[in-house]
Design a protein around this ligand. Structure first.
Ligand code: SF4
Length: 366
């Protein structure tokens, strides 16, 4: 039986970061224990319906660490009992929202991967992003997670944030390398409508697009020179430490998302819970979001990976060859140094990753 990925959305944060449009709130609307009870109930009812196994479990948010080790452990243990989760179990943590003993509690329950929302190793940059933890606090979190037996740690880095320069990014990259963590995710700041940053962009001293692109290239060069593989547009890992849960998204595999704003892809159908905690608490069913997993989507997702689109896998999935016109266009981009074409696959180069959205549209639609 093929195993799915299980995602649990924890929609609570201590305060709202000025650039963020994820669905999150302060816990006044519902207590952490009550929310945990809703998640447990929802997992039970999904398993009754689907009868599936899962091999990854991912707590995202929001700030999952905020609900406390005891609640995370309750959900992990029930997920193991119901879905047989036997692989990667990740919890996103905000370094400023971790209670004493958190890592030990969750490690004992089976959590084996921690994602730390660092964003920058430069304290002044982090403060502008609404993050209160300082550099020492992040180092302490890494140490505590390791002491609890969790070696698989990933740090989030943001590129293109206010006041950031190539020099200040060097400090962040050095911190990442010196910390010895085996995985880094690097995202470019996006101004999302409705956020404080979106409404005040002109006051923010944001690096321009070219500088942000240089930062991306610099980060990629430095990390790959130090044993990381740039395995996905925004992700870098030491061998064997690729994020298994997220690989399911890029491989167009099935996943079940539980919690308000969580998305799912099961049995060829996409569906999601609305951004409404009351609706989730009342046990309302998620909303349909159409069919998923068609050829275009698969091409788009697979090209996010450095490995690219493998012709034989495409054939196996759709019982047909990748259209020749797509390979022809990839050859055109290869001449510009943006793609690699072999007898078995097409893939982006590092420079191509930076233009991936435009190139993918050209490959598929033009
Ligand atoms: S901690 Fe994360 S989810 Fe919460 S407001 Fe900040 S960026 Fe958004």
């Amino acid at each position: 039986m093929k195993k799915i990925g299980l995602y649990i959305h924890i929609p609570f944060c201590k305060s709202k970061c000025p650039y963020c449009d994820f669905y999150s709130m302060r816990s006044d609307a519902i207590g952490y224990d009550d929310y945990t009870a809703c998640v447990l109930e929802s997992m039970e009812s999904w398993q009754d319906k689907l009868n599936v196994r899962a091999d990854t479990l991912y707590f995202g948010g929001g700030t999952p660490s905020l609900i406390g080790g005891k609640n995370i452990a309750l959900i992990v243990r029930r997920a193991k009992a119901l879905f047989g989760v036997d692989g990667e179990i990740t919890v996103e943590c905000n370094p400023s929202a971790i209670e004493e003993g958190f890592f030990e509690t969750v490690s004992k329950a089976g959590v084996n991967r921690i994602s730390l929302g660092m964003q920058s190793a430069v304290d002044s940059e982090r403060r502008k992003l609404g993050r209160t933890a300082d550099r020492d606090c992040i180092l302490e979190c890494i140490k505590e997670a390791r002491n609890a037996g969790i070696e698989n740690i990933t740090l989030d880095v943001m590129l293109g944030v206010p006041d950031q320069t190539l020099e200040s990014l060097k400090e962040t990259v050095s911190f990442c390398l010196e910390s010895g963590v085996p995985h880094i995710s690097a995202y470019m700041l996006k101004l999302e409508e409705g956020t404080y940053y979106y409404n005040n962009a002109e006051k923010l001293n944001l690096p321009d697009e070219d500088l942000t692109a240089d930062m991306y290239s610099f980060l990629s060069e430095q990390l790959t020179a130090n044993g990381f593989e740039h395995y996905e547009i925004s992700n870098f890992a030491k061998p064997g430490y690729e994020g298994k849960h997220n690989l399911k998204y890029w491989n167009c595999e099935e996943y079940l998302g539980i919690g308000p704003s969580a998305h799912s892809f099961i049995g060829g159908k996409r569906f999601y819970y609305p951004r409404d905690i009351d609706s989730f608490r009342l046990g309302n069913a998620p909303e349909a979001d159409g069919d998923g997993g068609d050829e275009e989507e698969y091409i788009m997702l697979r090209l996010r990976l450095a490995e690219g689109l493998i012709f034989s896998s495409y054939y196996e999935k759709y019982q047909k060859n990748l259209p020749e016109r797509i390979i022809e266009k990839a050859r055109f981009f290869e001449k510009q140094g943006l793609m690699k074409v072999t007898d078995t696959s097409i893939a982006f180069t590092r420079e191509g990753f930076l233009l991936s959205n435009t190139i993918i549209s050209e490959l598929i639609y033009v």
